[in-house]
Design a protein around this ligand. Sequence first.
Ligand SMILES: [Ca+2]
Ligand SMILES: [Ca+2]
Length: 183
Amino acid sequence: MFCCAKKSFTLTEAIVAIIVLGVGIVGFYALLNLGNRFTEKKIIYAQARQLGKMYLNEILSKSFSDPQNPLSFGREESTSIRDSFDDVDDYDSLWEMPPRTSSGKVMNGIDTLPDFSRYEVKIFVQQVLPENLDSVVDISSDTTDVKRIWIKIFVHSVPKEVASSDTTTRKYELDFFGFKFKK
Ligand SMILES: [Ca+2]
Ligand SMILES: [Ca+2]
């Protein structure tokens, strides 16, 4: 008669099993975390594109130069409410955090407005050469027939209710460009 010896795990086998299980759990959570970050990035990029497009369409709908003072560059209007802007370079050096509607309402998810409270927008308008749209021409030296609109969008890791020069919570940075040609 043969009798089967009862097989039991040795201490070494048990330790190996625990290590394998541990590595598996860590790997699973790392993958989960990667998936979440990927989804977050996708949402942020979609929202940033929406925001960039909104500003760009608004700026491109304005005149190439100020109707009252065509040789002027920069904002002639005394207010930062964008509804009063009437040419593209009125937007030069505009900085909004969080972003606002053209009538000045903060877009923070209240009153059916989209929630962009983690976003920051900086806009630069530059003169560029028609034959080379990357070549910036200083406004003090010459005038050209093309203006480049450069919209920088920063996404913060925490919402910002008031404008601040603090850059430590900036998490993502995206750039959008558009061009306005003199007719
Ligand atoms: Ca103006
Ligand atoms: Ca202007």
